[in-house]
Design a protein around this ligand. Structure first.
Ligand code: 5GP
Length: 139
């Protein structure tokens, strides 16, 4: 497998050299809004430890990550009064992965509302900040 690239965009978000709209942070994990949301409330949960994706991740890191995915999924569902939550995680380009630092997508879903395309248009940052406020309030 290709080695982890320490210059990937999420490593830069973790290092604070690229801005993000943050939702939650602890010793091991960061959650922030996706800049190209497929639905309102689309967020990403990443471990602070570097791995390219799920396939090369330390199982101990995964064990700490999934409870945070659950926490954010419940908060996003409540904040957007969603009917369900879509969790997605891609491994390697063939599977749709475009950023090579492990991440889980958390996307609130409403009955009958289709998802926008993956990595489509950029959202307005003020809108993302307002949505993040709602999710944080539900945490
Ligand atoms: P994947 O690697 O699973 O295909 O998706 C990467 C996700 O990261 C996409 O949904 C894309 O919109 C998001 N993304 C790409 N660059 C940035 C960025 O600079 N900031 C944030 N917050 N999200 C990003």
């Amino acid at each position: 497998m290709t080695a982890y690239d320490r210059d990937n965009i999420f490593a830069k978000i973790l290092a604070g050299t690229i801005p993000s709209v943050k939702l939650y942070e602890d010793e091991d994990t960061l959650a922030f809004m996706d800049v190209m949301p497929q639905a309102p409330g689309h967020l990403l949960v990443i471990p602070k430890a570097g791995s390219r994706n799920l396939l090369d991740a330390d199982p101990a890191v995964l064990a700490k990550l999934l409870p945070v995915v659950q926490k954010l999924a419940n908060a996003a569902k409540e904040a957007f009064e969603a009917d369900g939550v879509y969790i997605a995680q891609f491994n390697e380009p063939a599977a749709g992965q475009t950023v090579f630092h492990l991440h889980f997508h958390v996307i609130p879903r409403h009955d009958g509302l289709p998802l926008k395309p993956h990595a489509g248009g950029m959202a307005d940052v003020e809108l993302l900040k307002a949505q993040a406020e709602k999710i944080r309030a539900a945490l």
